[in-house]
Structure formats: C-alpha cells, structure tokens
Write a protein that binds this ligand. Structure first.
Ligand code: SAH
Ligand code: MG
Length: 213
C-alpha cells in the first residue's frame, strides 16, 4: 500500500473528533470522510463496527454532505478486546444496570451532538444478522468490527458482495508486519484482492481501500 495524499480535514464534522472515544487516526478519518462524500451520491454507505461513533462521525458527515445515508452496524457489546480484563476494556462503557459492556449510549450521544440523527441509521445487531436479508447495493462498505479470524471472515462474506461496481470496500487495521497487529483484517483484504473483483487504491495508515471493478 502506498500512502495517499492526506485528505483535507473536514470542516463539516460539527464536533471535535477528540471528544469521541475510539480507534481511528484523524488522517484515516479524513480519508473516510472524503470517500463517503465522493461515493455516496451513487448509493448508501455502511460501516461494520461503530463503537462510540468516531468513524461514524467522519463517514456520516461525508454522507450528510452528499445528501445520503450511512447504515451503522454494531451490536454495541464490544469485541473480544473490549471485554472486562482485556486490553482495550473501558469501564466507563459498562452499563451499571446490567453490568454488561454497552457502547450504544455513547454512540447515540455522538450522533446527537454531531447532528447526524437524520443521516445515520443504526443497526444494533451482529453483522451476520444485519446482513441476512440485505439486498441493497452499497457505494461504500467500511469493515472495522471484530478482529478474530472468524469475525473478520464473516464480515467479509456478509458485506463485500454488496459493494457495487465503482464502489469501495475499506478495511481498517491492516498490519503487513504481524509483530504490529492482528492479521485477520489484512487476511480479508488479501482475500478480496485475490477474488479478482477489486483493485487496490492507495491506503491511509492502517486503512486499506479497494475499488470494486
Ligand atoms: N470504528 C470504531 C471502532 C470499532 S471497534 C471507531 O472508529 O472508533 C469494533 C466494534 O465492532 C465494537 O464496537 C464491537 O461491538 C463491534 N463488533 C464486534 N464484532 C461484531 C459483530 N460480529 N457484529 C457487529 N458488531 C461487532
Ligand atoms: Mg479499527
């Protein structure tokens, strides 16, 4: 992957991305904004893995500026690494009433603060369930859900086929060097390339970008 030109930072975000918990570099966010804004006129966009809405903020702003919608799939129960005792656990995201991890309240707060409630359609369920009756071609699919091999493969199988020709499949957390991070995201990136259905566009940091032929 070659480095892309850093996209101009979106003035239209409405809120400071630093006020949203999450796992996305501002340059990756700016790229997502630019992709959504340019691709969304051709159809709706969809992300898998919203967490507290940091990526949603950028993608949603791009969709709003294009007058289109973003579907945001997340069961909001966290990935493996967000569970109590795991590396990325955040105790502030445990619902005191149920004792369970729950990022939905924080996510809704982000949508409200960023004025995205008329742009983002939350699908509070697993990727597999959300995909079961899905039949709508998508201009952009952003995969940033569970990072186990099984979760990443499921996301790839569920959503890659819905990217319409000319659309983009973007995958987060690509680490060519296994010492730097888990290999499941880059494995599905390579699967997509090997399918012959996509061609590589320049990536941004750990964000891989594939165009559907
Ligand atoms: N894009 C976010 C980070 C996502 S973290 C950001 O910009 O900060 C990964 C998210 O994927 C978590 O919120 C977790 O709940 C969700 N997730 C993990 N496995 C999932 C699955 N099978 N279906 C739906 N969501 C899932
Ligand atoms: Mg990620």
């Amino acid at each position: 992957m070659t480095a892309a030109q850093p996209a101009a930072l979106p003035a239209a975000l409405g809120i400071d991305p630093d006020t949203v918990k999450g796992f996305l570099h501002p340059e990756e966010g700016a790229r997502l904004y630019e992709l959504a804004r340019t691709l969304a006129p051709a159809g709706p966009c969809l992300e898998v893995g919203s967490y507290c809405g940091k990526s949603t903020l950028y993608l949603g702003a791009g969709c709003r500026d294009a007058g289109r919608l973003l579907f945001a799939v997340d069961h909001h129960r966290g990935s493996e690494e967000h569970q109590p005792g795991e590396e990325y656990h955040d105790p502030e995201l445990v619902d005191p009433a149920s004792g369970r991890f729950d990022s939905l309240r924080a996510f809704r707060d982000t949508l409200a603060r960023a004025d995205l409630e008329q742009t983002v359609v939350p699908l509070v369920t697993s990727s597999a369930l959300a995909a079961r009756h899905w039949n709508t071609p998508l201009a952009l699919v952003f995969i940033d859900g569970g990072h186990s091999r099984e979760a990443a493969l499921t996301d790839y199988r569920c959503w890659a086929a819905h990217v319409q020709p000319g659309g983009v499949l973007a995958i987060h957390d690509l680490f060519p060097d296994p010492a730097e991070g888990g290999q499941a995201p880059i494995e599905i990136y390579r699967l997509a390339l090997a399918s012959g259905l996509f061609r590589e566009l320049p990536g941004t940091r750990t964000l891989g970008v594939l165009e559907r032929l």
